[in-house]
Design a binder for this molecule. Structure first.
Ligand SMILES: [Mg+2]
Length: 368
């Protein structure tokens, strides 16, 4: 796939506006080993072309503290984007080069990814194609899993059963309780609730020390887990590689890696069981295309992290597609949230990335 060639835009399509809005969408509390999320602090990014195509993107800033700085970074980039031809890859690469000395992780990386996703949305809309079709992918069902917070054994089992009844082929729970016994109790309660045919995954959200991870993961090896996610710090590649050699259960990682270079560091260190890419931290659509190529080259199954609409479309362009992490957190501001049907997500072929804002709802939730 040659993304540069694909993004040679129509010279008549000039970008005339780049905007960012701060929106906070309430949600049911989602507990993880490191934090409880009670609302989604979002920044909505929009670009408009002279021909009137609008491209939209969602950024999830994890904390309200980062919302306004991220939005300001984006509007600060307007002078570097407005007036340019709609060529997402070229603009994205130029912005990354422009901020090389500042660094393109954290708030800067999030802002650049939001601009990139909005540009690709406008670009696909200008060609009246769904993103995955534009990139050569085929429309097909994708398997998804349901996510469960740190809800204890009883609560996790109840949620797992609900997902399984809905048809989900996998469920993933946050663990990292005070003791290994509690982690095991959650896993076994979920297994009892869903039976042997539903894949079970667990996510430590980077909360264990390397020594504690080695102790716990050796014990969890007998639980038949589909994967164990981020047991230790995501950037401790040598630690992850050591764990990988010690246990049989695949280790899932990638949602906190910034851009294709972090994925390359992982591969080079030998951390290559399973990858999950976060379309924001991976660098937007442009970054995702490169991460996907890397994963394909090394035969690593690629799954998604949040952003179910755009990520599902991107996953349809990945020959080694794994799971869609389903999330409905941002559904309240979308006119066409991703549809679940039994055990799969159904991606439609509406032009763009699949992110279309409900303007009335956006207005209702405006503010940080
Ligand atoms: Mg995770």
């Amino acid at each position: 796939m040659n993304a540069t060639a694909l993004s040679q835009g129509d010279p008549a399509l000039k970008i005339v506006a780049l905007e960012a809005r701060v929106v906070t969408v309430p949600m049911a509390p989602h507990r993880t080993a490191s934090v409880t999320v009670v609302a989604s602090p979002l920044v909505l990014v929009s670009v408009t072309t002279e021909a009137g195509h609008r491209g939209d993107a969602i950024l999830f800033t994890y904390t309200p503290i980062a919302q306004k700085p991220c939005a300001e970074f984006i509007t600060g980039c307007a002078a570097l984007v407005v007036g340019k031809e709609l060529s997402p890859t070229a603009i994205s690469d130029a912005l990354h080069a422009r901020f090389r000395l500042l660094g393109t992780q954290g708030i800067a990386g999030m802002a650049l990814a939001g601009i990139d996703m909005a540009l690709w949305d406008a670009f696909a809309k200008s060609r009246e194609q769904a993103l995955h079709v534009l990139l050569g992918g085929e429309t097909a069902p994708l398997k998804y899993y349901g996510s469960i917070g740190m809800d204890g054994a009883e609560g996790s089992a109840r949620e797992a059963e609900r997902w399984a009844r809905q048809g989900a082929l996998g469920v993933k729970a946050k663990i990292g309780y005070a003791s290994l016994d509690e982690d095991v109790a959650v896993i076994r309660a979920m297994r009892d609730a869903v039976g042997p045919d539903v894949s079970l995954m667990v996510d430590y959200n980077q909360c264990l020390s390397a020594a504690e991870a080695a102790r716990r993961l050796r014990q969890l090896d007998v639980e038949g887990l589909h994967w164990i996610e981020e047991p230790i710090l995501a950037h401790d590649w040598t630690g992850l590689e050591r764990l990988r050699r010690e246990i049989r259960t695949p280790i899932q990682c990638g949602e906190n890696w910034w851009g294709p270079l972090d994925f390359r560091h992982a591969v080079e260190t030998g951390v290559r069981d399973l990858f999950m890419a976060d379309v924001m931290k991976a660098g937007g659509v442009t970054g995702w295309i490169r991460v996907s190529a890397l994963a394909q080259t090394y035969g690593i199954t690629l799954s998604t992290h949040l952003w179910p609409e755009i990520s599902s479309r991107l996953l349809l362009t990945s020959p080694n597609a794994g799971w869609v992490e389903y999330s409905d957190w941002w559904n309240p501001i979308l006119t066409e949230p991703l549809r679940l049907e039994g055990g799969v997500v159904r991606v439609d072929e509406a032009p763009g990335t699949g992110v279309t804002f409900d303007d009335v709802a956006v207005e209702r939730y405006a503010g940080g």
